[in-house]
Design a protein around this ligand. Structure first.
Ligand code: NAD
Length: 260
C-alpha cells in the first residue's frame, strides 16, 4: 500500500498502459483520477473500481482540460502523483512527407501536453510539499528509427523535458522521471498501424515479441510491465531518483545480436 492517502492523476487512463497503471496505483491505495477522451472506457473503469478510480473527460491537447483535471485532483487533496501518458501514433510520415498540420497535432498531443501537465501540476504539488511526475516517452526517444518521425522526435522531447523539469522542480521536492516502453500490446497499434502484407506481419511479430527482430525476452510486452515501473518511480522507493528514465522493452534496445 505504497500510495495510501495519495491522489494520482493518470492521463490516457481509459486504455492500455494508462489503464494498467491506474489499476496498479489504486491497488496500492491511491485515489486515481483518470483523464481521457474515451468516455466509455473511462466510465467503465471507474465503475468497476469501488470508487478508487474516478473519470474526468479530458483532452490533453486542451490547456483548459488539463487545468480542470488537475483542479479536480486538488479538490481531493492532491495531486501527489501525475502520470503524463495519453498518446496515439501521430503523423505517419518520413521527413519528405510531413505536413505542418499533422506535425503540430502530433507535437500537441505527445509533447505540449506533457509540458503543460508538468507546468500546471507543479504549483499544486509544491503547495503540498512535493510530488512525483512520470512521463511516458518511448524506446523511440533513444532509438530514433523505431517509430515515425514526428512521434520519435516528440518522445525524445519528452525525455529532455523530463530532465529539465527535474532540475527546475527539485527545489519544491517534485521528482520527474520518464518510462520508456518498448513494444507493448495495446490499442495504439490497432489504431495507428494500418499496414498491409509483409509489413503488417513484421509489425505483428514485433508486438508479439517473436521472430528475428524481436526483443531478447520473447513475449509480448504487457501494460502491467510498464505500470510496475511507473509505480516504482512514483513511490518513495525512488525518492533519490529524478531526471532519468527506465526502459521497459524486453531488451530490444540492445540492438541486433551478431554472432561474433
Ligand atoms: P492506448 O491506445 O491503449 O492508450 C492511449 C490512451 O490515450 C487511450 O485511452 C486514448 O483514448 C487516450 N488519448 C488519446 N488522445 C488523447 C487526448 N488528446 N486526450 C486524452 N486522452 C487521449 O495506447 P498505449 O500504448 O497505452 O499508449 C499510452 C502511451 O504509451 C502513449 O503515450 C504512447 O505513445 C506510449 N507508448 C506506447 C508504446 C506501445 O508499444 N504500446 C510504446 C512506447 C510508448
Amino acid at each position: 500500500m505504497r500510495f495510501s492517502g495519495k491522489v494520482a492523476v493518470v492521463t490516457g487512463g481509459a486504455s492500455g498502459i494508462g489503464r494498467a497503471t491506474a489499476l496498479r496505483l489504486a491497488e496500492e491505495g491511491a485515489t486515481v483520477l483518470v483523464g481521457d477522451l474515451d468516455m466509455a472506457g473511462g466510465e467503465e473503469l471507474a465503475g468497476t473500481s469501488n470508487g478508487r478510480i474516478r473519470f474526468v473527460r479530458t483532452d490533453v491537447t486542451s490547456e483548459a482540460d488539463i487545468l480542470a483535471l488537475l483542479n479536480a485532483a486538488a479538490e481531493l487533496g492532491g495531486p501527489d502523483i501525475l502520470f503524463n501518458n495519453a498518446g496515439a501514433g501521430g503523423l505517419r510520415a518520413k521527413i519528405d512527407e510531413i505536413d505542418a498540420a499533422g506535425w503540430d497535432r502530433t507535437m500537441d498531443l505527445l509533447l505540449r501536453s506533457v509540458a503543460l501537465g508538468i507546468r500546471h501540476a507543479a504549483p499544486l504539488m509544491a503547495k503540498k510539499g512535493g510530488g512525483a511526475i512520470v512521463n511516458t516517452a518511448s524506446v523511440a526517444a533513444l532509438a530514433a528509427g523505431a517509430a515515425p518521425t514526428a512521434y520519435s522526435v516528440a518522445k525524445a522531447g519528452v525525455l529532455h523535458l523530463t530532465k529539465l523539469a527535474a532540475a527546475d522542480l527539485a527545489k519544491d521536492k517534485i521528482r520527474v522521471n520518464a518510462v520508456l516502453p518498448g513494444f507493448i500490446a495495446t490499442n495504439i497499434f490497432a489504431s495507428s498501424i494500418g499496414l498491409e502484407g509483409e509489413a503488417r506481419e513484421r509489425a505483428n511479430a514485433l508486438i508479439q515479441g517473436v521472430g528475428q527482430q524481436a526483443q531478447p525476452i520473447q513475449r509480448p510486452g504487457r501494460p502491467e510491465d510498464i505500470a510496475a515501473a511507473v509505480a516504482f518511480l512514483a513511490s518513495e522507493d525512488a525518492s533519490f531518483i529524478t531526471g532519468t528514465h527506465i526502459l521497459v522493452d524486453g531488451g530490444i534496445s540492445v540492438g541486433p545480436r551478431h554472432s561474433w
